[in-house]
Design a protein around this ligand. Structure first.
Ligand SMILES: Nc1ncnc2c1ncn2[C@@H]1O[C@H](COP(=O)(O)OP(=O)(O)OP(=O)(O)O)[C@@H](O)[C@H]1O
Length: 647
């Protein structure tokens, strides 16, 4: 088990264990806990990578001649005596209990031998020995529980929870253990697993009415650990229902462990005693929280996997519905509408528009992908205008242009005083877009923590303004756009896969301009017309050779770059013939009379125009100029560059 593959939960168990523990891979120590370092009086540099014989003395010949398992507790382990030299010259007599730790975390680890070892003082007192053995057995059980959830396929998680609960009941000697989770709004409880010793009933799995045990459930919601050795004596006065329940079911003691991840209570684990009161030691009770952590992580995984499965099913359902509703349109890409604003008749853009017509009348989320400047926002606007929501304006949020701290309040709104600087309340874009369409541009740049919140709104249309607990419901259709490869972002854990499947119900890929070169002449003439009108200029001719060069150029900034190129040429144009050149040739000709400051200003302005004044994110101006967004913003303010008002 390398340090990278060492499961976090196992590590946290070991780190705070009073027992000295080490893990070795192929007989070289790869991990030791603080208790081990203290016992051997050495630093991690001396311990990690060393063989056991280099750390402790006189390893008994048993171990040196190879493992010969001897029975220990209920499981096989190797036990041998060692002597540990102390700084003052004395030696400590100890025993080491070692067992093979058979989990295969990665394929390349599969043939390696992992050893899990514990150092305990040598003892000849049989009762003390028993106490140690019990404690060590418990440590071992904890480790096995953690290990049993590592790399488990999601459909086996339930079975593993059952098995783990059973081994806990067998080991700890309580009568019943039950595992439950909260519904997503935490108003309901779902009992998922329950095991008991013979003679005791298990808890019926399924929905459990919160009203039956309100006090208990409140403790779980609050994430409180509850230990009642004598339930009748120790339950608070207000827990009337619980007292009745325990009496009716003969419950004498009860331990309730909340399952929490990241401060959120996901469910709980209970240990009930019916035949006798609980006699667990303080140490065992304390360690139950760690068991809770192991189960909470298993629960979180199961929840995430379920959310992903639901998103995929929803995705498939909506796709099927769209297919049925619009089957006739698939046969040929014929357009029903006439588009004034979208220029171009290439097959590529016609296919995009046919898709737009297909999906517009539905409420299905649409994901527009394509390079910067290809016209994704224009397509989103067109889609909205063809939808039944067209009477209300489409609301736009650019996830890359706002700092992470502001996007949350921008999207969901905030109460006055929600954070420093938020003097007044603000309505969020989701509320603004109620009954309409919300266009989430550059969704690939949305910070991970907000992706979770967005997922919730997409799932049930509900959210809270920052700084308030009141839940707001909205009816919003989502169109998202990105120039980032979200599948790569998912693999790099920068984009949630469940969110991806939610928004990727109907993907439309907007092609780059170099793949629809036949549209370049009509686009060029359309931009000549628009910019000419603004400048009061009229152009009648563009030389054939110039148009040919425009068609040969690759246009990394796509249609936006073409529009800017036409605008620049129009500014310089004094006749009715437009002498226009693709950017690569014009940009190289820098005027020798320019100062460095002017050249820097021009370069920044040029890139900002090409990126639609987008500074952050993939393909943004900062990336293209190879500087940090904050650096670019500082330079813009030094050079007096301000974004012009939107047309
Ligand atoms: N087919 C088209 N016909 C006319 N104008 C177009 C067309 N496609 C894009 N444009 C124009 O090009 C410019 C860039 O388009 P838009 O902002 O929609 O691109 P985008 O893909 O959303 O860019 P980004 O990824 O940088 O946000 C806009 O001025 C838009 O009006």
């Amino acid at each position: 088990m390398t340090s990278e593959t060492f499961p976090k939960t196992v590590r946290s168990l070991f780190d705070c264990s009073p027992v000295s523990i080490y893990v070795a891979r192929n007989d070289r120590v790869t991990y030791a806990n603080p208790a081990f370092y203290q016992l051997v009086g050495r630093s991690s540099d001396e311990v990690i990578g060393a063989a056991l014989q280099e750390i402790v003395w006189h390893v008994s010949s048993d171990r040196l001649s190879g493992p010969q398992p001897t029975p220990f507790g209920s499981r096989d382990a190797l036990r041998f005596r060692v002597t540990i030299p102390q700084e003052d010259g004395s030696v400590l007599e100890n025993e080491i209990i070692e067992s093979r730790f058979g989990i295969e975390l990665h394929d390349d680890d599969a043939n390696d031998a992992f050893t899990f070892g514990m150092v305990v003082p040598s003892s000849h007192d049989p009762s003390q020995d028993q106490e140690h053995r019990d404690q060590l057995d418990f440590e071992k059980l904890l480790v096995e529980l953690s290990a049993c959830f590592v790399n488990v396929p999601s459909d086996e998680i339930d079975q593993r929870i059952d098995e783990s609960l059973q081994s806990l009941v067998d080991f700890l000697g309580n009568d019943r253990s039950t595992f439950f989770e909260f519904s997503s709004d935490r108003s309901r409880i779902l009992i998922t697993n329950s095991v008991s010793t013979t003679g005791c009933d298990t808890f019926p799995v399924g929905d459990f009415p919160v009203s039956e045990l309100p006090w208990f459930i409140e403790q779980f919601r609050e994430g409180e650990f509850v230990f009642l050795r004598d339930v009748m004596e120790e339950l608070p006065e207000s827990a009337d229902q619980e007292r009745k329940y325990c009496r009716a079911h003969g419950i004498q003691s009860n331990v309730a462990v909340p399952l929490r991840v990241g401060g959120e209570s996901l469910g709980g684990l209970t240990f009930a005693f019916m035949r006798q009161r609980c006699d667990w030691s303080r140490e065992v009770i304390m360690r139950l929280n760690l068991i809770g952590e192991v189960f909470a992580n298993a629960l979180l995984r199961r929840k995430n996997e379920n959310a992903l499965r639901t998103a995929l099913e929803e995705n498939t359902r909506l796709r099927k519905q769209l297919e049925q509703d619009n089957l006739y349109l698939r046969e040929k890409a014929e357009l029903t509408h006439h588009y004034d604003r979208i220029v171009g008749h290439s097959d590529a853009i016609t296919r995009v528009l046919a898709n737009v017509e297909q999906v517009a009348p539905t409420d299905a989320p649409v994901l527009l992908t394509g390079e910067t400047g290809t016209g994704k926002e224009l397509i989103a606007q067109t889609l909205h205008e063809l939808s039944p929501r067209k009477d209300r304006p489409m609301v736009v949020v650019n996830c890359a242009s706002l700092p992470a701290t502001l996007i949350e309040s921008e999207l969901f709104g905030r109460a006055a005083g929600a954070y420093t600087g938020a003097a007044s309340a603000q309505i969020g874009r989701f509320e603004l877009a109620d009954g309409s369409t919300l266009f989430l541009d550059e969704i690939g740049e949305l910070p991970l923590e907000l992706q979770a919140k967005l997922l919730r709104v997409l799932q049930d249309g509900r959210f809270e303004r920052l700084g308030t607990a009141k839940t707001i419901s909205v009816d919003v259709r989502i169109i998202a756009a990105t120039n980032r490869d979200l599948e790569v972002a998912m693999r790099e854990n920068q984009f949630r896969s469940d969110l991806y499947h939610r928004i990727n119900v109907f993907p439309i890929q907007v092609p780059p301009l170099r793949n629809r070169r036949e549209d370049i002449p009509s686009l060029t003439w359309a931009f000549v017309e628009t910019h000419g009108r603004k400048m009061g200029k009229s152009v009648k001719r563009i030389p054939r050779s110039a148009m040919q060069r425009l068609q040969e150029y690759t246009w990394p900034g796509n249609v936006r770059e073409l529009s800017n190129t036409v605008e620049r040429a129009m500014i310089l144009c004094n006749s009715d013939t437009l002498n226009i050149e693709p950017p690569s040739s014009t940009r190289d000709v820098s005027s020798p009379s320019k100062t460095l400051k002017e050249a820097e200003r021009d370069q920044i302005l040029c890139v900002l125009r090409d990126t639609g004044w987008r500074i952050r994110g993939r393909g943004g101006a900062a990336e293209r100029l190879d500087v940090k967004p904050t650096t670019l913003e500082a330079r813009m303010s030094r050079l007096g560059i301000k974004r012009p008002n939107r047309e």
